[in-house]
Design a protein around this ligand. Structure first.
Ligand code: ADP
Ligand code: K
Length: 434
């Protein structure tokens, strides 16, 4: 099989030395932009003795300050913005901690770069201007829907913005519009596949050839299941709102299981627990520097996502480096249906209700791959509480705060499992096949 052609050969096929030169140049300009914008990133650079871009280089990037999700919380809503108000053309967001969403303002230039990296990802999956892209990521503040949407249009494909429309309608348009490309979360892909199967539609009747699935962690077991249910090649797409959205990295048909990083725009580092650089092939935390972003340029943003880096696939025309799938998180962030959920947020929602005792357990239940469920068990303060009313009130409060439907159970006092130290087990992960 012939590998799909490059969408941006000048970038995707750059020789390593040329890439490095480009990254250096962009990095110096980024630091100048950050210094000119003022704000916390400029102040931290000055504290390190950096007063102009020419003071820095990628060889010494590890000496520069890092940024984390806490900075987004502290400088909410737009304290990290570097472009003027006139130049911001849209805002996206995802969940943060302490009920403050993570907000990302984009300039027209940023949206252009984003569309281009997503177009590359789709191109690497074999899509082209004759493709029909069925986009079932959520449209809205979340970056998934509109991110894939803009990229598909940039490629010249026809995108169908399905978002979270009813399953019946998803199936109908899959059959009637004959899309060759499906984009959604991997758990939704399994859900759709099972729905098709129950409707008596076989994979052979479907026109789909390839899918870009991401926004949440998944495994090779899920990949096999999706490929079998839908009769397509299932590829992994990765990104995060802070850095851009989906398209930061993506598998291609010829990338052999690694996700090709758009490292001409997002300079990657992998660090260990003490911040020290981790060599290729070893897992550490991904840190990104946005080399070209103007609305929300980030110097050394700690993602919390754990992965390993490697070189390009042997003999591939795609010369940018690859990262492994995300193998875990540094913190205890959970991702349910693509939505990031922090256990501290669950706790805050529960303890805001005075009927609830400070003993609770959150179960991240992934036994059914197509329907990950967050189960929350609480103990009431008083025995005579109306359990049904409390369950429905807490379910509503959690949905409002997290954007995720949780299954809430009020248990008898003392029923919640305690660890050796007598404290409740706060978080339990219940994996598929366990
Ligand atoms: P997105 O729209 O890309 O999901 P968010 O900002 O809502 O952006 O969430 C980003 C987080 O989602 C990442 O930091 C990571 O933890 C998780 N994530 C996104 N894509 C993947 C993927 N392909 N595999 C594993 N985790 C992913
Ligand atoms: K996510």
């Amino acid at each position: 099989q012939v590998p799909p052609p490059l969408v941006e050969p000048d970038a995707e096929g750059l020789a390593p030395e040329r890439l490095r030169e480009l990254q250096e140049r962009r990095f110096v300009r980024l630091v100048d932009r950050l210094l000119a914008a003022g704000g916390v990133q400029a102040a931290r650079l000055r504290d390190c003795g950096v007063t102009r871009g020419a003071d820095v280089g990628l060889d010494t990037v590890s000496q520069l300050p890092m940024l984390s999700k806490q900075d987004f919380e502290e400088y909410y809503p737009f304290g990290l913005r570097a472009a003027s108000e006139e130049d911001i053309v849209c805002v996206h967001g995802s969940s943060g901690t302490r009920s403050r969403p993570v907000l990302a303002p984009y300039t027209a230039h940023d949206l252009d770069v984003w569309a281009r990296v997503v177009a590359r990802a789709l191109g690497g999956a074999g899509a082209g201007s004759r493709s029909v892209v069925h986009c079932a990521y959520q449209y809205g503040l979340f970056t998934g829907g509109l991110g894939l949407h803009q990229g598909a249009m940039r490629l010249g494909a026809a995108v169908v913005p399905m978002s979270g429309t009813s399953t019946d309608r998803q199936l109908r348009l899959l059959l009637d519009l004959r899309p060759d490309v499906l984009c959604c979360t991997p758990s939704y892909a399994i859900y759709l596949g099972e729905a098709l199967r129950s409707a008596g539609i076989t994979a052979e009747q479907l026109p789909l050839r390839v899918g870009l699935f991401g926004a949440e962690p998944w495994t090779d077991a899920m990949r096999e299941q999706i490929e079998e249910l839908l009769g397509l090649r299932a590829l992994n797409i990765y990104g995060l709102t802070e850095v851009m959205g989906p398209g930061v990295a993506c598998e291609s048909l010829d990338s052999e299981g690694g996700l090709i990083l758009a490292e001409d725009h997002f300079y990657p580092e992998v660090i260990g627990p003490d911040g020290e650089p981790v060599p290729d092939g070893h897992v550490g935390e991904l840190v990104f520097t946005t080399l070209t972003k103007t609305g929300l340029p980030l110097l050394r943003y700690r993602t919390g996502d754990l992965a390993a880096m490697s070189g390009p696939a042997e003999g591939s025309a795609r010369t940018l480096r690859r990262m492994s799938r995300i193998v875990g998180r540094r913190d205890d962030m959970l991702v349910i249906d693509g939505i990031n959920v922090f256990p501290t947020e669950i706790e805050a929602a529960l303890l805001a209700d005075t009927r609830v005792a400070p003993h609770y357990t959150v179960v991240d239940d992934r036994r059914d791959l197509s329907r990950p469920v967050l189960r929350v068990a609480v103990e009431p303060r008083d025995d005579d509480v109306d359990a049904a009313a409390l369950e429905s009130d807490l379910g509503r409060a959690l949905f409002e705060r997290l954007g995720v439907a949780c299954e809430v159970r009020v248990l008898e006092p003392t029923l919640i499992a305690r660890a050796g130290n007598g404290k409740p087990l706060r978080l339990v992960r219940w994996e598929h096949g366990v």
